[in-house]
Ligand binder design. Sequence first.
Ligand code: MN
Length: 131
Amino acid sequence: MEITRNGVNTTPGRAEWFTGAVFVDSVAAPSGGARISASSVRFTPGARTAWHTHPNGQTIFVTEGEGRAQRRGGPVEIIRPGDRVFFEPGEEHWHGAARTRFMSHIAMLEVDEQGNNATWLDHVTDEEYGA
Ligand code: MN
């Protein structure tokens, strides 16, 4: 058993992977044979991920605010606290806050054999975000 007592710093989301200000807390990290990775992610209004995929898919659980999510080719969906979204392995998608609201979610996934959690693509344009 290992207890991490509020000892992991909140880190800003990398500019290559996000538009706008995003802050990430690590909830669970892969270790040994365990592949689970979980993060609490806070998006400021208008902030969102870039387009990306996850090798083994991803579940997000919205805990606060109002968000947006979209899979490639689908409509921009409104997501709210209590909503759970699963993205299929390899499915191109993005997730983020509404334009005028914060959004927080817990993101959960399993990394691949090499420890990769995502493949990052283009940023979500304002046109795509507002569509
Ligand atoms: Mn994702």
